[in-house]
Design a protein around this ligand. Structure first.
Ligand code: SF4
Length: 363
């Protein structure tokens, strides 16, 4: 493809000077702060993630502070952002840099990419913004802009499509200002060439945009067949003896790895309470114990990227400790400090608020 790259480069840089948002990490060329920002905002909108970014940087202002924190504390700060493997990887990588690399963040794209949890996009963003290396950072915004400008007819999810887009972005990137250019292209996608309503009439690139000329903006980027959403039914048992609740640390290989949740009975479909009480998990947990089912929550739907979780909380009072060693007994005062999935965090926060007004009767 024969492209007048200078035109695109200068137009995008000029647009960026006038339209860029004043975001805190833009004032920095510190690789640590850029890394944290890029990881937080990979799957999260700016207005949803900005407070998380501030809290994270305030608590862990440098890589050494992050490396010396506990995993639970990092996950707790991350609680509600989702995609918890990102937080775990940040922590693991911080430890590697702090303890095995003398605290020196690597300064080239290829070295940065070797770090756990850092892929092409994040490595390129850090290398270009912090170290001026001319490598294109291709995120969803960049894919959309370039797909439309040049009507790329290969799905961007394929390595061929991604390769075409990366090559075009690479041909535009100026050697003397790669960081600003990458941010300009991403910001242009976020603010101007938006997914649903790009403002083409005032777009400085409209005369060069093939999708605009062909009135086929909706077609680009080429749609990808989405992975089927898995539907799961979670029945959470909030086992409460008046002082403690039972929790379990989730293990690997499933969502919410290393977060804590209540005893869980996952069922193949919706189970009413009678049927739930017949499950081996229920029988094993409560055995012959006296229990009182105090409350069953409304059904809650929690949507994740590839899973839809349909769940209920069953608040169960017990009068004697259960004969079990599988779950942890966590005293009321500590439950809010556990890193938990946001859906459980909301449940607990709600219950604690009630507890504050009914001191002796927490739930
Ligand atoms: S003309 Fe429209 S579709 Fe083309 S780059 Fe501009 S905003 Fe995007």
């Amino acid at each position: 493809m024969d492209i007048d790259t200078k035109f695109y480069t200068s137009t995008l840089l000029n647009w960026y000077q006038t339209n860029r948002r004043d975001l805190p990490w833009r004032l920095s060329n510190n690789p640590y702060e850029i890394w944290i920002a890029e990881v937080i905002f990979q799957q999260t909108r700016i207005n949803q993630g900005i407070n998380y970014y501030h809290r994270f940087i305030e608590r862990f202002p440098n890589i050494s502070m992050l490396a010396n924190a506990s995993e639970d504390e990092v996950l707790k700060l991350w609680q509600g952002l989702g995609y918890y493997s990102r937080a775990r990887n940040l922590w693991v990588t911080a430890k590697k840099v702090a303890f095995e690399m003398q605290g020196q963040f690597p300064n080239t794209f290829s070295e940065i990419k070797k770090l756990k949890g850092i892929g092409d996009y994040t490595a390129a963003a850090i290398a270009s913004i912090a170290f001026n290396e001319p490598v294109p950072a291709v995120d969803g915004n960049v894919i959309r802009v370039i797909s439309r400008l040049f009507t790329i007819d290969t799905p961007a999810s394929s390595s061929k499509g991604k390769g075409e887009i990366t090559q075009i972005a690479h041909s535009m990137i100026p050697a003397d200002n790669p960081g600003d250019f990458n941010q300009a292209l991403m910001e242009f996608g976020a603010l101007q060439c938006t997914p649903r309503s790009p403002n083409c009439e005032i777009c400085p690139l409209k005369n060069s945009c093939l999708a605009f000329k062909l009135s086929s903006i909706e077609k680009y980027p080429l749609k990808i067949i989405k992975k089927a959403v898995r539907i799961r039914h979670f029945n959470y048992l909030v086992v409460d003896d008046g002082e403690y609740l039972l929790f379990k640390k989730r293990t690997s290989g499933d969502i919410w790895e290393n977060l804590y949740d209540f005893p869980l009975i996952e069922t193949p479909d919706r189970y009413e309470i009678d049927k739930l009480m017949q499950t081996p998990q229920w029988k094993k947990l409560f055995n012959t114990s006296d229990i009182c089912l105090e409350n069953v929550s409304e059904e809650i739907i929690h949507q994740l990227s590839h899973q839809k979780i349909i769940l209920r909380f069953y608040h169960i009072k017990i009068t004697q400790p259960l004969e079990q060693t599988y779950y942890l007994s966590i005293v009321y005062n500590h439950v809010l400090s556990l890193p938990v999935p946001i859906i459980i965090g909301n449940y607990l926060a709600n219950k604690f608020e009630i507890g504050a007004t009914k001191k002796d009767n927490w739930i």
